[in-house]
Design a protein around this ligand. Structure first.
Ligand code: UD1
Ligand code: CA
Length: 450
């Protein structure tokens, strides 16, 4: 097939400048490991195969890549050209095109990669590459063009003359080659440069010398060519990706009072007219319904909020809050909690694996764990659901309209009947029948409603 496509991701670099025990491409940028962006971009091309070149000690990278690509090991790190050479045995019979991506370039948009392929097919050269004009080209390979603007070669920082270093058009590290010409050029690579490495960029020079044509597509958004080599660039990449996500939400009608301080995961969904204050972290599969307000200092991980929910400086993990509910300040709603509509969770309250029906209130300083609460229940300040006996966790069930007095303790497993009242400071160790009032330690029936 003439138009068949293979993608190669280079990810075997040691990432020396990161000074880390973790392989560079596994460092997270805006919530995802760098390599994930390269994989997504390669996948967007729908290639026949994706190869990832990994280093000798890259078990973790191979595990992360999994079945999304074929991992090929580069035992010695001898340069980007040498890395691609490791895939050569698989490329021999190739007819179509090969796209090469660098694992540390996580800001290139998928649409840009698709545009490069289109550009290559129109120009019909031996290869095409992506470039950009950047404010500070230091450290990048420079794209050197002749007087007519034709690409001549790419020169690395360490090999560049003073004039060449002044060039601000840099090589992004994203290429598409005619497969047979790439295979041919790779065979000719020599490591005669400042770093004594086999540079992939030298294949460009070779192909041009052979009378071939190579074109560079210049992308207008310079952030797309950022390569992450150190922790500073990691922070830059994180900021750029995060702001791109925020801008997308802004277009969809979300207000950010202090966008630079907000972090948003790729899968977060936010409804219209939601207001997000500063220092808010939204991650996982968080969903925020229309007209909600997330106050500063909140942290939501896979939280699902209905419409008009107010969260005040609180932490919500893998839980649901129904329409019109509110939490905090400083509430901690932990895994598996489901709050129906108009539930109020007060200051410093903690919930875990609790189902709370519509209209109930969980007051300040209380702990509700492993429990089911009916409608219109009032949980007084400092009320504790003692769900753990030192070995096992137990359930508590509280009926509709129950009133739990301040500082009361419910020792699970226990059932409190509908409309019952537990006096302040009571320690409930046995089930309470509907409509009775219990008081004391341990709690005893005090009166029964008529
Ligand atoms: C490279 C380019 C440079 C470009 C820049 C863009 C070369 C020679 N230089 O420089 O022109 O402007 O990227 O960010 O290609 N890798 C391997 N095996 C190796 C060496 C590198 O797999 O032996 C991988 C790295 O993991 C990385 C990528 O290739 O993902 C690029 O290598 P890196 O050392 O970061 O190259 P730069 O110096 O940034
Ligand atoms: Ca790099």
């Amino acid at each position: 097939m003439a138009n068949s496509l293979t993608a190669i991701i280079l990810a075997a670099g040691e990432g020396t400048r990161m000074n880390s025990k973790l392989p560079k491409v596994l460092h997270a940028v805006a919530g995802e490991p760098m390599i994930d962006y390269a994989l997504q971009n390669a996948e967007a091309l729908k290639p026949q195969k994706i190869y990832v070149v990994v280093g000798a000690k890259s078990d973790e990278v191979i595990r992360y890549v999994g079945k999304r690509a074929v991992s090929v090991i580069q035992k010695e790190r001898l340069g980007t050209g040498h890395a691609v050479q490791q895939v050569m045995p698989f490329l021999k019979s190739l007819k179509g095109n090969v796209v090469i991506l660098y694992g540390d370039a996580c800001l290139t948009r998928s649409q840009t990669i698709l545009a490069l392929r289109q550009f290559h097919s129109v120009q019909d050269g031996e290869a095409a590459l992506l470039s950009a004009q950047v404010e500070n080209p230091f450290g990048y390979g420079r794209v050197i063009r002749d007087a007519d603007g034709t690409v001549e070669r790419i020169v690395e920082e360490k090999d560049a003359s003073e004039d060449e270093r002044a060039v601000d058009e840099v090589n992004a590290g994203l290429y598409i080659f005619k497969a047979n010409r790439l295979v041919e050029a790779l065979k000719k690579l020599k490591a005669n440069n400042a770093k004594k490495e086999y540079y992939l960029t030298d294949t460009i020079h070779y192909l041009l010398n052979q009378g071939g044509k190579v074109h560079a597509l210049m992308v207008s958004d310079a952030s797309e060519v950022l390569g992450v080599n150190d922790r500073n660039q990691l922070a830059q990449a994180h900021r750029v990706l995060n702001l791109r996500r925020i801008e997308e939400h802004q277009r969809e009608g979300v207000t950010f009072l202090n966008p630079e301080t907000v972090e948003i995961g790729a899968e977060v969904a936010i409804g219209q007219d939601v207001i997000i204050e500063g220092n808010v972290y939204l991650s996982g599969k968080t969903v925020i319904g229309e007209g909600s307000r997330i106050q500063s200092g909140s942290r939501l991980l896979s939280a699902r909020l209905g419409k008009g929910v107010v969260v005040r400086s609180s932490r919500i993990t893998e839980s649901q809050l129904g329409d019109g509910s509110d939490a905090g300040p400083n509430a901690h709603i932990r895994g598996g909690s489901v709050l129906d509509k108009h539930v109020h969770v007060g200051t410093n309250a903690e919930l875990k694996n609790a189902h709370i029906a519509t209209g109930s209130k969980v007051g300040h300083f209380s702990y509700v764990g492993d429990a089911q609460l009916g409608k219109d229940v009032n949980v007084g300040a400092g009320c504790v659901f003692a769900n753990y006996d030192g070995k096992n966790k137990h359930q508590t069930k509280v009926g509709d309209k129950v009133f739990l007095g301040s500082n009361s303790t419910l020792v699970a497993p226990v059932v409190i009947g509908k409309g019952a009242v537990v006096g302040a400071g009571a320690v409930v160790t046995k089930n309470v029948a509907p409509a009775v009032t219990v008081v004391g330690v341990p709690a005893q029936v005090f009166r029964k409603k008529k």
